[in-house]
Design a protein around this ligand. Structure first.
Ligand code: GLU
Length: 468
């Protein structure tokens, strides 16, 4: 087999979403697994809907996911001469013909067919008219009227299409812009693509593309159609299901390795293994393990994977990654490698499921004035605890060293003295220091905040109890 070459050919008419990203990942992995080449191509022939901003955002999303391309990006609009050349060849060889049917008439026939319950097909009016090129004329492919074309799909096995199902589809528009079917074939042919891995919504295009390859005297690539992704309710995945664009996941605080791991398991499996490093994915990925049935999007699983990768991330790296999320909360960290900041990161690392959540969990460390969660304050910042807090402040002021173990000893002795359970002191102090009833370990929090801030916040809690 010649060197494997795959491609990812998005239309820049929207941002990169989960489905497209999975297609890109599968193509990238397949190429990497076989030591081949992965190329990027923008199918920008839809002039109305294609936008530079989507080209940029798709590139950014692929780069963020770590799916670097070896060739391209190509742009179909820069290749119009190539399509023209191949179209002329088909025309010269009598494998394509010009058609002058007015679009309105075609539309009328199409509607009639639908109304009569027939599949709309071009009726071949111009097939034997022997027309040459001319204004307003499209070029149609002469589909062989009889026979079948079998797609030997690498995932589904053989799928046969009767030529009766097809028609003489348009390959060139009057403005010299090729249709999707034609551009894709000329590109896959001239770029030497060996494997086309794409969503199964394209399966019905494949017989047409195979016929075009053959008409051009070339061997088609191998095709693999990946079943689609469904939402949790079983309908086709869409925004309704809370599925976001890839960059929106980045902005919500997902790590690229988590998303990649999530995507690879959408339709591909390797025993019951869930966690795959990049090296493992490359080593193990193959098309024979791609499922024949649709995958289901499960946002909770994605969150759980992200939490896993956050726990795996070196703290120094996480400290940098959380910065933009803290910034969005108005918190500027000047020295992200400062030991105290690293400790703060470490304290929330086991609990955060996204970087955004992480920043929110850390917020209390950095604010001047804690906002008390009203419910927490009502429950725990009450008059009866005031004497204990006052005493605690005095003890803390006198404490020679402000360390987790010393603090714990102090709390235990106070609890004993006041005949309270440790938690009866710890919870009010937690609310005083963090504003909430849930936080990282209390002594860890105190250690990170430092003596001065702890005492300041305890005093403020006392003021609050006394109606301040
Ligand atoms: N531009 C097409 C799409 O975004 C590519 C389809 C293909 O892989 O041939 O769906």
């Amino acid at each position: 087999m010649s060197k494997v070459k795959t491609r990812f050919p998005p239309s820049p008419t929207g941002h990169l979403h989960l489905g497209g990203a999975r297609t890109a990942l599968f193509n990238w992995l397949f190429a990497r697994h076989h030591g081949g080449v992965f190329l990027l191509r923008f199918e920008d022939t839809d002039r109305e809907r294609s936008r530079q901003e989507y080209v940029d955002s798709i590139r950014e999303a692929l780069e963020w996911l770590g799916l670097e391309w070896d060739e391209g990006p190509y742009f179909q609009m820069e290749r119009l001469d190539v399509y023209r050349e191949f179209a002329d060849k088909l025309y010269r060889e009598g494998k394509a013909y010009y058609c002058e049917c007015p679009p309105e008439l075609l539309e009328e026939k199409r509607k009639r067919a639908l109304a009569e319950g027939r599949k709309p097909k071009y009726d071949g009016t111009c097939r034997d008219k022997d027309l040459g090129p001319g204004p307003g004329r499209v070029l149609r492919f002469k589909t062989p009227p009889v026979g079948t074309t079998v797609v030997e799909d690498l995932i589904r096995g053989p799928v046969a299409f009767d030529h009766q199902e097809l028609d003489d589809f348009v390959i060139m528009r009057p403005d010299g812009i090729p249709t999707y079917q034609f551009a894709v074939v000329v590109d896959d042919l001239t770029m030497g693509i060996t494997h086309v891995i794409r969503g199964d919504d394209h399966l019905s295009n494949t017989p047409k593309q195979i016929l075009l390859f053959k008409a051009l005297g070339a061997e088609p690539p191998k095709y693999a159609h990946v079943p689609m992704i469904l939402g949790p309710d079983g309908s086709r995945l869409s925004k309704r299901h809370g599925a976001l664009s890839i960059l929106a996941y980045r902005d919500e605080g997902f790590l690229p390795q988590a998303l990649r791991n999530y995507l690879v398991r959408l339709g591909w499996s390797y025993g019951d293994q869930e966690i795959f490093s990049l090296e493992e994915m490359i080593e193990k990925f193959d098309l024979s393990r791609v499922s024949k049935s649709p995958a289901r999007f499960d946002p909770d699983k994605l969150l759980a994977l992200n939490a896993h990768y956050i726990r795996q991330e070196p703290t120094e790296k996480l400290a940098l990654e959380v910065l933009p999320f803290l910034k969005a909360l108005g918190i500027e960290i000047r020295e992200p490698q400062d030991p105290r900041f690293l400790k703060a990161v470490e304290s929330v690392k086991p609990r955060a499921r996204t970087l955004k959540e992480m920043a929110e969990m850390m917020r209390f460390y950095f604010v001047d004035e804690i906002e008390f969660d009203p419910k927490a304050a009502d429950k725990f910042l009450k008059e009866d605890i005031a004497p204990v807090l006052e005493r605690l402040i005095r003890e803390l002021e006198a404490l020679p060293e402000f360390k987790e173990e010393t603090l714990e000893t102090l709390f235990r002795s106070l609890a004993e003295e006041y005949q309270l359970k440790l938690k009866h002191i710890a919870q009010p102090v937690r609310v005083a220091l963090t504003g909430r009833t849930v936080s990282p370990g209390l002594f860890e929090v105190m250690d990170i905040l430092g003596k001065e801030t702890v005492i300041k916040r305890l005093k403020r809690a006392l003021d609050h109890i006394r109606g301040g």
